[in-house]
Design a protein around this ligand. Sequence first.
Ligand code: G
Ligand code: G
Ligand code: MN
Ligand code: NA
Length: 250
Amino acid sequence: AALEADLRRAIAEDSLHIDYQPLVGIEAGRVEGFEALVRWNHPERGLMMPDDFIPIAEDSGLIIELGEWVLRKACTDAARWDPPLKLSVNLSPAQFAYADICETVARALADAGLPPKRLELEITEGVFVQDAERGIAILSRLRETGVQIAMDDFGTGYSSLSYFRQFPFDKVKIDRSFIADMLHNGQARSIVEAIISLGRGLNLEVVAEGVETEEQLDQLRQQGCTQVQGYLISEPRPIGQFAGSVLSDP
Ligand code: G
Ligand code: G
Ligand code: MN
Ligand code: NA
């Protein structure tokens, strides 16, 4: 409860921040976009990662305000990027359940002056678990506005293939646990191959998360993965640290 009060204050006082992690096209090796990852510098506990406070935000309903803060901040940042790379933002299933996420997204884009086609929303299968029809309806409305939709952390949880029949995703992200194991574990490697093949068949972008070695990168390239993300390329960092390399100096 104390942490919940602290988080409420942090959102109000703008003391959260966003680190960005590049997504790189596997063929050209160029950065094509950044994923926004929220962090909280707690006054006593120090730097807190999303896994430490997103669950608290979800249980308390604060996720609505937190999610809106991240969207607005990230869209405002991305509107200034040169070149105009894509922005990926994570959405919690709770944001679909308790608020008009379409309205929130539309306002964040309009206020930032960011074209919808530059935004990609990462969702998890949790969106389908409570009320699949409602989840699909909301995702469809979002996609009609021109934003893209990615299935995040695929391969964990329920991972039903029927989601891909029910909704036209633009991208699938392979959970990093499979990438971590793929070089020494035949099962993990087969699962990676299967997800890549699924993505190619459905004409989706396929992203491997958590790529840490050249060997993984080579393997993923051979298998036909289209984008990679991970410590091999870059850890999540404040956006200013990409100025002068990926982004031109403002
Ligand atoms: O950075 P890493 O520890 O940075 O992130 C851990 C998890 O937290 C990831 O699975 C990511 O999807 C999630 N996450 C990061 N930022 C956000 C956010 O702004 N909103 C939501 N809902 N999840 C986030
Ligand atoms: O969206 P979500 O699950 O997927 O997000 C990314 C999470 O994975 C963040 O916690 C981020 O810090 C972490 N991460 C990103 N790249 C790597 C990596 O190469 N290795 C590991 N172990 N974690 C990573
Ligand atoms: Mn993600
Ligand atoms: Na993920």
